[in-house]
Design a protein around this ligand. Structure first.
Ligand code: MF3
Ligand code: CO
Length: 263
């Protein structure tokens, strides 16, 4: 395993990539409404990413056919946008996006509710988001990767949620996926020692029911095995000697945590 340490120059570029990605996700979230198709969301995202002179990093990645992953309800991640799939009042929609700015990647995801959603759905989205912030309390140099995994996993498990095990977070930089792999579930070994200058995409994928998932016939869309709801929350994070810097979230954490989970 080789985990890259970014220079100040590289960090500056990743900071810009993250800043742009935050704007893209905020814009998409604000514009989501019932009646849109998942392809409409992808089109909007593609145009916006291009308007910032960035490249949508997911497009053509291992054959993925779109810029934004749009995963509805029991879809966990990697939903493929389709002109036939309309989003409806009461749905929850996870948007995952990646941009490349001057050769550097940022990767982030949010789950949004469409109109009024069930309390069960609201709590799922809230806990998923909160678990990310629990995890990054441990994201600083000299701590271990397992500390982050354990904090996320425990936060969700004690609240009765299923923590997806088949997909993990990852290092990020000049590639979308770099070492290390970052589980969201509790682990036995504390693992890799974190160092200032590492950049990590931390991304809990949390289910109301079982943690088990399967892949649909399109070979991309991951769905919950029991058909219950799933939520996703991801940011690109820079490890420092102090508080981590969340590159794809410039607004205050408090504001993000208090943000409504539907619109
Ligand atoms: N956030 C996802 C991940 O890190 C996005 C990848 S989607 C793909 O795996 F289409 F690019 F594969
Ligand atoms: Co990711």
């Amino acid at each position: 395993m080789s985990v890259s340490i970014k220079s100040e120059r590289e960090i500056a570029l990743m900071r810009e990539a993250g800043r742009i990605l935050e704007k893209v996700l905020d814009h998409l979230g604000e514009n989501l409404k019932a009646g849109m198709t998942t392809k409409d969301i992808d089109d909007l995202g593609y145009e916006m990413i291009r308007s910032y002179d960035c490249i949508p990093s997911f497009l053509d990645y291992r054959g993925y056919p779109a810029s934004i992953c749009v995963s509805v309800n029991d879809e966990v991640v990697h939903g493929i946008p389709s002109p036939k799939r309309k989003i409806r009042e009461g749905d929850i929609v996870s948007l995952d996006a990646g941009v490349i700015y001057k050769g550097y990647h940022s990767d982030a995801a949010r789950t949004f509710g469409i109109g009024e959603i069930s309390n069960e759905a609201k709590n799922l989205i809230k806990v998923t988001r909160e678990s990310f912030f629990e995890g990054i309390k441990f994201a600083k140099s000299h701590n271990h990767l397992g500390d982050i995994s354990n904090a996320i996993g425990r936060y969700c498990n004690i609240r009765g949620y299923g923590v997806v095990r088949d997909l993990c977070g990852h290092g990020i930089g000049t590639s979308l996926h770099e070492d290390p792999e970052i589980p969201n579930y509790e682990v036995d070994k504390r693992g890799l020692t974190l160092r200032s200058g590492m950049t990590l995409a931390i991304e809990p994928m949390i289910n109301i029911g079982t943690w088990e998932v399967y892949w649909m016939d399109d070979d991309w869309t991951v769905v919950t095995a029991d058909g219950k709801l799933s939520a996703h929350y991801e940011n690109t994070v820079l490890i420092t000697d102090g508080e981590p810097e969340i590159l794809s979230l410039t607004k205050p954490i408090k504001e993000e945590l208090e943000r409504a989970v539907w619109n």
